[in-house]
Ligand binder design. Structure first.
Ligand code: PGA
Ligand code: ZN
Length: 433
């Protein structure tokens, strides 16, 4: 039951700074009853070409990345359009924002201005209802605590292309709870650090807080990850698995993929063969963007061959676009979708993409960006929408830990009713090991 007036009285945009020390947009929405909601736009580095565009000022200040234009849109046009609208009418507000922008890719007002506003409205509504955001979103439907995908090594565009693969992550579907999955990950993260130190390869952390991969090749990273799992006293495959984000659009197009380390060029078939070899050698449960965003037939071929063994996620390929998810389901090009609110543009469009994914029986993974902040909205989306999985980056740096810690709080608040998604989140049958 609403206990306060949910009419929007004020929308205020301010500049804050993200985890890469770059300017970003924060929006604060105030309602007539006094409730407030606040949200910060994240930013990607390996962006898909079809995603909503951030509005940046250009010029020389802060490398051209300032957001004054986006903020002035929030504080003038957006603020006057939303004044007196009921904040609980999220879909209406989101289509108002889309219409006001008037471009297909949010380039006029900025994806950063629009997503921060949309999320801030959502926070204000939940606050007015006196409910935690996840609870407000669940609307009484059952939810699961998500299976985390946690980065141990960063690579690709997040680590100056030191290795090709962008994320080497850990997945703990056999853990009994989210908190146990984090305990296992903490041990593996520590063990991986020890192994790298011993090998003289510890060189700080990449964009999302995973270790900077001073490895000779992708396989070195995979071997070290398996070694770290064992050193942590866990069983690779049986208890924990590996998840990779290949982010292949970063090094491939037109069916040609150029590897960073030796400059070798692979065609799509060779790329798929290489990944197939990894699948046969390492306990890999999930692969994101195995081929480039322009390679639909490569996706289909990969999924036909390996879709029963592993989760195959579209990120750059689907850009959280409901129509693209629907087509992918129809054409069987993959079996999972990454859900990033700032790719879609608004909360309503994000939810639509997720629902489309669920309808197709896909794995659905709510995801952070490489440029993040203390904002924990995605932690709530992953629980409240029962996405089943959450990808936030590594197990260090507070813009990442803020999200993991928020899910811990939610899990604790549910007590005995907390249900960890584990294997149920993955879109393929568990292999016996
Ligand atoms: P980005 O990368 O936020 O830099 O785009 C994250 C991902 O590819 O999943
Ligand atoms: Zn990705």
């Amino acid at each position: 039951m609403l206990n306060t007036d949910t009419t929007i009285t004020n929308v205020h945009g301010r500049r804050v700074w993200d985890s890469r020390g770059r300017p970003t947009v924060e929006v604060e929405v105030t309602l007539a009853g006094g409730a407030k909601g606040r949200a910060i736009a994240p930013a990607g580095a390996s962006t898909g070409t079809g995603e909503a565009l951030d509005l940046r000022d250009g010029g020389t200040a802060f490398g051209g990345l300032d957001v004054q234009k986006a903020l002035s849109g929030v504080n003038s046009e957006i603020a006057s359009a939303l004044k007196s609208v009921d904040a609980t009418e999220q879909a209406k507000i989101d289509s108002l924002l889309v219409e006001l922008d008037g471009t297909p890719n949010r380039s006029r007002l900025g994806g950063n201005a629009i997503v921060a506003t949309s999320m801030a409205v959502l926070h204000a509504s939940a606050a007015a209802c006196g409910q935690p955001l996840w609870h407000y979103l669940a609307g009484g439907q059952p939810v699961r605590i998500p299976l985390p995908e946690i980065q141990i090594f960063g690579g690709g565009a997040h680590a100056a292309r030191r290795v090709d693969v962008q994320d080497f992550m850990l997945m703990c579907p056999s853990a009994s709870s989210f908190s146990e999955a984090l305990e296992w990950t903490a041990e593996v993260y520590r063990a991986a650090g020890e192994l790298m130190k011993k090998a003289g390869k510890l060189q700080g952390v990449a964009d999302e807080g995973g270790y900077w991969p001073a490895f000779g090749c992708n396989e070195d990273a995979l071997d070290t990850l398996v070694g770290a799992i064992e050193l942590a006293g866990l069983k690779p495959g049986g208890q924990v698995g590996i998840s990779l984000d290949i982010a292949a659009s970063e090094f491939g197009r037109n069916g040609q993929y150029t590897l960073a380390l030796d400059g070798r060029t692979l065609d799509t078939a060779q790329m798929i063969e290489m990944l197939g070899r990894w699948l046969g050698t390492y306990p890999i449960l999930s692969i994101e963007d195995p081929v480039a965003e322009d390679d639909a037939s490569g996706f289909r071929h990969f999924t036909e061959t390996y879709g029963k063994l592993c989760q195959i996620i579209g990120d750059d390929y689907l850009v959280t676009n409901a129509a693209r998810v629907k087509t992918a389901a129809f054409q069987h090009t993959l079996n999972a979708v990454l859900i990033k609110p700032n790719q879609a543009g608004t909360i309503t469009e994000t939810r639509l993409s997720l629902e489309e994914g669920k309808l197709a029986g896909f794995g659905t993974i709510v995801s952070a960006r490489s440029g993040e902040s203390e904002d924990v909205t995605i932690a709530h989306l992953s629980v409240g929408w029962d996405a089943g999985q959450l990808k936030v980056g590594s197990f260090s740096r507070s813009e990442r830990m803020a999200k993991w810690n928020e899910v811990l709080r939610i899990e604790e608040s549910l007590g005995r009713d907390a249900k960890f998604s584990g294997w149920s989140a993955l879109p393929f049958q568990r292999r016996q090991s």
